[in-house]
Design a protein around this ligand. Structure first.
Ligand code: F6P
Length: 315
């Protein structure tokens, strides 16, 4: 987020446009919690992850009076436009408000990479690099101890992070929300792999992976798969849940470039009055799409990537 905020402010100041930043996402717009953003505040931001504006999981359209409060803030602050940076939830609220006439340009940002209407979201590349690095390390210790290692990564509804980090780190199996994982079949495949000479395996699981048979109790997909494979194979098994380490730290160069390009394109769109739009990646180009595109729901991993993962693993 910081790299995108920096780009917006830099380009705006070079065009004589004033920028104010709202704190804590939509909540700050509703409460009118804001401060001017100048080049000074955004100096040195390119390398730092997260957001100097802070964030919150809050959706104005789902809260009584929220949408009207956004309109009131825009009027009170005499804003000509609002640039909204966020994932599925944030941008769906943006789309709803834009359909009521609020002047909004969206920027897709989520490590889940699941916003419809764009091929890439800010943060995904960094999360993949972080998860792949962690899986590499799990590989090493798993090999030393002859263990079956299960690594759970984020991704409640889609498996972009699991499939990309899994392939990049040479996982032996990948379990996704998009494709059911049959525990008996997976255990049999891992057994065959070990019968053929392997002494350890790494299974990467998206937190929302679909598992059959489905769990009797409320456990995470990683815990379910880890316990299920240990029981079926008899191999010594360990589970690592990566959690929020995947969502912090300095962004990769590729994410900085994407965030900067999105920030510049969003500012240009707002300056030209092209509201109700979202910046996006299409055919490796930055393009504007209607904000309503996000309404198609979380964008699943395409079959081609699922097939690629299948060909490279035992899953
Ligand atoms: O929406 C992004 C995401 O990183 C999901 O992959 C994950 O399930 C969720 O956020 C975790 O959210 P929180 O930090 O609110 O627990």
């Amino acid at each position: 987020l910081n790299a995108a905020i920096r780009a917006v402010v830099r380009i705006a100041s070079s065009c004589g446009i004033e920028v104010i930043g709202f704190h804590h996402g939509w909540r700050g717009v509703v409460d009118g919690e804001s401060a001017p953003l100048t080049r000074n505040e955004t100096k040195g931001l390119l390398q730092s992850g997260g957001t100097i504006l802070r964030t919150a999981r809050y959706h104005p359209d789902e809260n009584e009076g929220g949408a009207q409060a956004v309109v009131d803030t825009i009027e009170k602050e005499r804003l000509s436009g609002l640039i909204v940076i966020g994932g599925d939830g944030t941008l769906n609220s943006a789309s709803h408000l834009a359909s009521l006439g609020t002047p909004i340009v969206g920027i897709p940002k989520t490590i889940d990479n699941d916003v419809s209407g764009t091929r890439r979201c800010i943060g995904f590349d960094t999360a993949v690099a972080t998860a792949a690095d962690a899986i590499d390390r799990v590989h090493t210790t798993g090999e030393s101890h002859d263990r079956l290692m299960v690594v759970e990564v984020m991704g409640r509804t889609v498996g972009w992070l699991a499939v990309c980090a899994g392939i990049a780190a040479g996982a032996d199996a990948v379990c996704l929300p998009e494709v059911p994982t049959d525990l008996d079949a997976l255990a049999a495949s891992i057994r065959r792999r070990h019968d053929a000479g392997s002494t350890s395996s790494v299974v990467v699981v998206a937190e929302g992976a679909c598992v059959v048979p489905s769990p009797q109790c409320e456990v995470s997909a990683g815990a379910r798969i880890s316990a299920g494979l240990a029981e079926r194979t008899g191999y010594e098994t360990r589970l690592t849940v990566l959690g929020h380490v995947q969502r912090g730290g300095p962004p990769t160069a590729s994410d900085r470039l994407l965030a900067t390009s999105f920030g510049v394109a969003a500012l240009d769109a707002a300056r030209d009055g092209q509201f109700g739009t979202m910046v996006s990646v299409h055919d490796d180009m930055i393009k504007l799409v209607p904000l309503g595109a996000v309404g198609a729901g979380p964008r699943p991993v395409p079959d081609s990537l699922v097939v690629l993962a299948r060909r490279l693993t035992v899953s």
